[in-house]
Design a protein around this ligand. Structure first.
Ligand code: FAD
Length: 384
């Protein structure tokens, strides 16, 4: 089974689909056989990032002048879908769909030349650090500061739940350059922090209930000095930049999530057709067929909506509210799909050796990160 069986998709052209085959073959050879080990190690090695970079899977939108392929977001989405369907856990989407966008849009010429080629090749792994122990949804209440001292910033504070936190070579740190600014968002900036800066520390790899291979971590900043040229774009514009990139960030989550729904569904159809019970197969029960039929109908709606959203984004039309709605709806669907599919697996569904168990655990965070689904409803309702 593969995503090719999803009928009537309209988000992609032939070139996207050709790229999909390259991605799929690469993952089947280099990713799938090692995924279990990475889950045990709770880390994806940097060497896999470099291998993926070599086949063009990292940051496809980066212009050729900065070592990239200069393609559209559709290529990012193809990578996201194939990785989710194959169950290969690496934080590529954070680098390709989120960090690369900030760097491309707001980075100085010098920053772009320095970082983008290495992000494309996988020689540099990035993270974005907004959340702190004391605040997540309420981003304007962050306490990490970057105070000016001559031609340097001195950064103090701590961040938590940071994806790629162990592997990161370069972190985009959201900090207050003017802690007294009113309203608070006017005092927020995004500062680039290289991992070899004195005073920068990586905390423990956090012990999560799912997505084990994702190296989610705490990060610490103790009088970390970086030159003022490490500010991304203009000082005081950080919050505005963050808000403007949200549609893509949220769409990216919806894309991965939808592919994982399809994978759970396909696995469950196959499982129930093989699993015997009461002189027949689990699939033969009317309950099983009705649950699967109901999910099939929802998947049909989901793919149509996702393609609509991808196309709107490719045309630059996807609004903040539409991105939020996509994240909300697809992640809610994911939870329903995972839970119902796990149930149809019976006890096997609770065993980590079955992919559905890992998918179910991994899915729980989708309604939390990238902005919680309650915040998505806030965002949508503000424009009603
Ligand atoms: C695996 C994982 C990876 C992550 N990766 C990153 C990363 O790379 N970088 C990063 O910066 N962060 C990351 N995060 C953090 C994530 O974005 C936050 O956890 C999320 O935004 C929620 O913030 P919080 O945990 O502080 O929850 P809180 O903000 O404390 O929310 C607690 C509850 O209150 C609700 N709530 C809060 N405000 C409102 C409101 N106004 N109306 C209604 N309900 C509300 C929430 O919806 C939630 O149910 C990650 C988190 C996880 C779990």
């Amino acid at each position: 089974m593969s995503l090719d069986q999803v009928a009537g998709r309209f988000a992609y052209n032939e070139d996207h689909e050709a790229f999909r085959q390259t991605v799929r073959s690469f993952l089947a050879k280099e990713g799938v056989p090692r995924a279990d080990q990475w889950e045990k190690d709770r880390l994806v090695p940097k060497s896999f990032w470099q291998q993926a970079g070599a086949v063009g899977m990292l940051c496809p939108t980066v212009p050729e002048a900065y070592g990239g392929l200069g393609l559209d977001f559709g290529y990012n989405a193809v990578v996201d879908e194939e990785m989710a369907y194959a169950g290969v856990p690496a934080g590529f989407s954070l680098q390709s769909d989120i960090v690369a966008g900030y760097m491309e849009h707001y980075g100085s010429e010098e920053q772009k030349r320095e970082w983008l080629p290495k992000m494309v090749s996988g020689d540099v792994i990035t993270a974005i650090a907004m959340t702190e122990p004391g605040t997540g949804s309420d981003l304007q209440s962050i306490r990490t500061t970057a105070r000016k001292d001559g031609n340097h910033y001195v950064i103090n504070g701590s961040k938590t739940y940071i994806t790629n936190g162990q592997n990161t070579d370069l972190t985009l740190v959201v900090a207050k350059t003017d802690p007294d600014a009113q309203p608070a968002w006017k005092g927020m900036s995004i500062i680039l922090v290289e991992s070899d800066r004195e005073g920068f520390g990586k905390g423990r790899k956090l012990d999560k209930i799912g997505q084990d291979a994702a190296d989610t971590s705490e990060l610490f900043f103790e009088d970390v000095r970086v030159p003022i040229t490490n500010c991304l774009g203009e000082e005081g514009m950080g919050f505005v930049y963050l808000m403007s990139q949200l549609p893509q960030e949220r769409l990216s989550i919806a894309v991965s999530v939808m592919a994982s729904c399809q994978k759970a569904f396909d696995d469950t159809v196959a499982f129930t057709k093989e699993r015997k019970a009461f002189k027949g197969y689990v699939f033969d029960f009317q309950n099983t067929k009705f649950v699967l039929a109901d999910l099939k109908a929802k998947l049909q709606v989901g793919w149509a909506h996702l393609d609509w959203a991808i196309q709107r984004h490719l045309r630059g039309e996807l609004t903040n509210e539409e991105g939020a709605a996509a994240k909300l709806w697809h992640t809610d669907l994911q939870w329903e799909v995972m839970d119902k599919c796990l149930q149809l697996h019976g006890g096997a569904g609770y065993m980590n050796e079955y992919p559905i168990a890992r998918m179910w655990r991994g899915a729980r965070v989708s309604r939390i990160y990238g902005g919680t689904n309650e915040i998505m409803k806030e965002v949508i309702s503000r424009k009603l």
